[in-house]
Design a protein around this ligand. Structure first.
Ligand code: GLN
Length: 338
């Protein structure tokens, strides 16, 4: 496919998923294989998350043509948490463009935990990337809207367009996090002290806490991811949510930072841009093909869902999703190329 960026025709090459029945069988196989994994622990630093059922496990692959393959608890809803950062980032990129967002929030991994204060200090008050809390709070502050209420409305509407239906706020999760998010408030104040947030940082953190409390399912995540995989067009509604260039920018940031300080290992094992959240969701995007949404609340030390990561590794290999995959040409192709 030819796309035109800055007047330069570009060739885009991505490939296809295997046929319907094969995808269906592999999603079931991945669910069955990892449903007995019990490693990891449910997040408890946001009090209400500790009550999550650790056995929940849902998978969904959304194809760019709107086909959905779901198994297990794929329609159980949970708070989106950090996965919201990816989609708010895309909305902000759509408004401000590549250069300005790059300058204001950066794109490099911190190598530190998602809620690190030190990462801000080590970088002279400049957030390193939009997928850790400091950069995400700075990104939320950039959302269009004259008041925090208008910004929140824009975020909710924007994320709902990615999902293809109105997303609801989980009031209980919001209240639980709002009552305990002292660290995020500290990060907001720190960014303000460096002149990085022009508006009231506590109001920005409140909007950020709301965006993290939107309810989604693994199915929603798959559809939201497939929108990024298909140049910004939602595969269910056909609505263009963001431009193709914004998708490319967002996916590049997810590849380097979406799985926190384990992003390198994830890329090494799975080879896909992805984002995870502390309530147990992961979205992994295969450009031009579709996306995988997973939900299972037990997390590893970096805060990434254990079953979700294993299922993603399995499906990346069996569905042929790894964007770095390299194989020798077939003998037939070698013959043709002669
Ligand atoms: N709302 C959570 C927080 O700010 C999101 C963190 C996450 O999912 N890693 O701590």
């Amino acid at each position: 496919m030819d796309i035109d960026v800055d007047g330069v025709a570009q060739q885009v090459s991505t490939g296809r998923l295997p046929g319907w029945d094969r995808v269906e069988a592999l999603v079931r196989e991945a669910h069955q294989t990892y449903s007995s994994a019990t490693a990891g622990a449910v997040a408890d630093y946001i009090p209400v998350l500790a009550a999550a059922d650790p056995e929940l496990f849902g998978l969904c692959v959304a194809e760019v043509d709107g086909g959905l393959h779901q198994v297990g608890d794929a329609e159980v809803t949970f708070s989106i948490q950090s996965i919201s950062k990816a989609f708010v980032y895309a909305l902000v990129c759509e408004t401000f463009g590549h250069e300005e967002v790059l300058e204001r929030v950066g794109v490099n991994n911190t190598g530190l935990a998602f809620n690190s204060v030190m990462a801000v200090e080590l970088n002279g008050g400049h957030p390193r990337n939009p997928m850790v809390n400091a950069g995400a709070i700075a990104t939320t502050a950039m959302m269009p809207g004259a008041t925090p209420a208008e910004q929140w409305q824009q975020i909710r509407d924007g994320l709902s367009r990615f999902a293809g239906h109105p997303l609801e706020l989980d009031e209980e999760v919001y209240r639980s996090e709002a009552a305990t998010n002292l660290r995020n408030r500290a990060i907001g104040r720190l960014l303000q002290s460096y002149g990085r947030i022009a508006v009231d940082p506590l109001e920005v953190v409140d909007t950020y806490t709301r965006q993290c409390s939107l309810r989604v399912s693994a199915r929603d995540l798959a559809v939201m991811g497939a929108t990024l995989a298909d140049g910004g067009v939602n595969p269910l509604t056909g609505e263009r949510v963001v431009s193709a260039q914004v998708c490319t920018d967002t996916l590049a940031v997810l590849a380097s930072t979406g799985m926190y300080e384990n992003s390198g290992e994830w890329l090494f094992e799975i080879g896909l841009p992805a984002k995870s959240g502390v309530s147990g969701g992961i979205v992994a995007i295969a450009p031009g093909k579709g996306a995988l949404g997973t939900f299972s609340p037990r997390l590893d030390a970096a805060g990434n869902s254990v079953r979700g990561q294993r299922a993603a590794a399995h499906l990346s290999r069996t569905l042929g999703l790894n964007v770095f995959a390299s194989t020798a040409r077939s003998p037939e192709r070698q013959e043709q190329d002669r």
